[in-house]
Design a protein around this ligand. Sequence first.
Ligand code: LMR
Length: 331
Amino acid sequence: MRNWLLAAAAAVILAAPVSANADPMVLKFSHVVAERTPKGQAALKFKEAAERLLPGKVKVEVYPNSQLFGDAKEMEALALGDVHFISTSLSKFDKFTKKVQLFDLPFLFDDIAAVDRFQASKDGQDLLKSMVSKNYLGLAYWHNGMKQISAKKPLIKPEDAKGLKFRIQQSDILAAQFQALGATPQKLAFSEVYQALQVGTVDGQENTWSNILSQKFNEVQTDITESNHGVIDYMVLVNNKWWTGLPADVRDGLTKAMAEATKTNNETADKINEEAKKKIQASNTAKIHQLTPAQRQEWVKAMKPVWAKFEGEIGKDLIAAAMKSNQPKTN
Ligand code: LMR
């Protein structure tokens, strides 16, 4: 009788679903921007969707504003397994792949719709795997928006930027872009930009409306030119070995959650940036300048020669494919 009871008790214990009692897997998502930005909102959507689709199995902790890892450390942290998801600006990969530098070529894409068409194409999708040999896998692209240029003086003609110091992301193309204007580029982590503008270490910067507003750059700059001269978008990255080693049901659920977050991001990025622009316009801070088509053409003329220097490492075919995405019907 006693043996029978022990056997029955053991059977009950073994039959209990292990996962029901196991702690959820804690997944850390780190990024460098504020929550009220396209990336900040998409990361929160990913958390909501992942926890809904994998109830009790995962808990996603989102760390915005470089709280966990800033620009300098997030790639290394992902390699070491100290963070599970990062969503990094496409301008910060030139140490890892020369191809993704494509997105930094000034005046390559007419607008975010063109960027979206390129990212959805085979060439765009292939770039998500361009760092797999270094153990980084891109799961998705997320949009932010087109870049605007700001300083402590109006920038109407390219010559207005001459002699000024501009903060740039970690990108040799962006460095060349400012050198082409006769300006001095300075690579700085995102978390350091506000202070650098405030104390005058740098005179200007380039960023999207939502980043400008949420970081209060408009309070330490007097003028912003709506130049739309380039793009800031992201690749959501995982450690490839970790990702491929996940239980299939968890990887599936996270893939679906990522698709939901990407959809939210695609649907809201433009709106978030437009609202940020309106808030800056309504505030008593930096003045926004529009360029006439002829004035904008001067900026194109000044910046576009940079392409020639990088087309060898990026590849002429890839650049041609990206340019094609400016024509909606043929891509
Ligand atoms: C920057 O460093 O200026 C931005 O790319 C930050 C970000 O992630 O949007």
